[in-house]
Design a protein. Structure first.
Length: 366
């Protein structure tokens, strides 16, 4: 505690500067205080000089502001005495500044001024194809779903709840087709006549005699062979394999450019959303075959006219977890398909679609 020289109560004190002399220091400080009347009204600011010394060279902690009433000299004297009995750490020093460190705010998890994000994804699709026309009713029941990979990258401009962007996907649509062997059997029957030898017994008369006026003949049986005219037929069976049985996988691959619209909700580190839109697919590969219209063979994909560009759609629901301010990982159920016939012409129609899931890795651009 600092000692201050007492001020005589006989001398009236007027607002102004008060010099307080300390035995341990010759340094004085002048600070501004508010003057409050007995009624509680603020009269104005006054200048009072108070001693600001310390017994040891240690930092002075921030002190509360001391407000002195100035109605009379005795009030000023009491105020000055209160100042002299106040610990050093509570004296207000107008020339000094607070040394209290302000708490550094935690940076936001997502930088709101960086709305661009780049995503990469890969996964599997269970794809199916629907065939119509061109005699497909005889073999379309043997077509089943196939598994195929899909992957891509997207660039999105993300707002608080909505976003827009584009990307590039590479998707393969596959199907398994099982067809039975188809054969043709020709039966040829030819009729003809021929002589068939037959062995018969013939009675041969070898003699005779008379008895009582009656002539009797004596004979014996002899075997002989005669040819009998008969009718016959000749049957010829001819079997021809029209279409061999197959168990194969058909594949068509596309490079897709989608226009993506996004709606999402962020809860802490978790993000839930829907994303999708139309896409334009460019045919890059086709492999496989289907039974032809005559049902006597196969029409290879490479020999058929396919559309080089096709309009389709894609849609995903996603759940993402952001493990720092830039990176997040997600699980995204996916559905996509084509809105147009994959064949450019002909009676046979083929449309493909697929559903599955992808894993995504997203980076929020700085």
């Amino acid at each position: 505690m600092n000692d201050a020289v007492p001020i005589s109560a006989e001398e009236p004190m007027s607002p102004g500067n008060i010099d307080v002399v300390a035995p341990d220091s010759s340094t004085t400080k002048t600070g501004s205080v508010l003057s409050i009347s007995a009624g509680g009204d603020v009269k104005g600011s006054q200048q009072e000089t108070v001693l600001a010394t310390t017994l040891a060279p240690e930092p002075i902690a921030p002190a509360p502001l001391v407000i002195l009433p100035t109605n009379s000299g005795t009030d000023n004297l009491a105020s000055t005495a209160a100042l002299s009995s106040t610990p050093d750490s509570s004296i207000f020093n107008a020339d000094s500044t607070s040394t209290e460190d302000l708490a550094t705010p935690t940076p936001p998890l997502i930088d709101r001024i960086s709305p661009w994000e780049l995503s990469a994804m890969a996964g599997l699709l269970s794809t199916a194809s629907r065939y119509k026309g061109g005699g497909s009713d005889t073999w379309s029941e043997g077509v089943s779903n196939g598994a195929a990979p899909t992957f891509g990258a997207e660039l999105m401009h993300m707002g608080k709840h909505f976003g827009i962007g584009t990307g590039a996907h590479y998707s393969t649509f596959s199907e398994r087709i099982r067809t039975e062997e188809r054969t043709s059997t020709l039966i040829d029957i030819q009729n003809y006549w021929y002589l068939q030898p037959v062995v018969i017994d013939v009675l041969v008369i070898t003699g005779s005699f008379d008895s009582l006026g009656v002539t009797y003949y004596v004979g014996e049986n002899q075997q002989t062979e005669v040819n009998v005219l008969a009718n016959g037929s000749d049957t010829t069976v001819t079997t021809t394999v029209l279409r061999s049985g197959r168990d194969q996988v058909n594949r068509t691959s596309y490079l897709e450019v989608p226009l993506l619209l996004d709606a999402h909700l962020t809860q802490g580190r978790w993000m839930f959303g829907l994303r999708g839109g139309p896409m334009l697919g460019v045919l890059t590969r086709r492999q496989g075959a289907v039974p032809n219209a005559a049902d006597d063979g196969y029409a290879e994909f490479t020999d058929q006219a396919f559309r080089s560009m096709i309009l389709g759609y894609t849609a995903r629901a996603y759940i993402r977890y952001r493990f720092n301010s830039a990176w997040s990982i997600g699980l995204e159920p996916t559905i996509k398909g084509h809105l147009m016939d994959t064949y450019a012409n002909g009676d046979l129609s083929r449309r493909t679609s697929g559903f599955g899931g992808v894993l995504s890795l997203t980076y929020r651009l700085r």
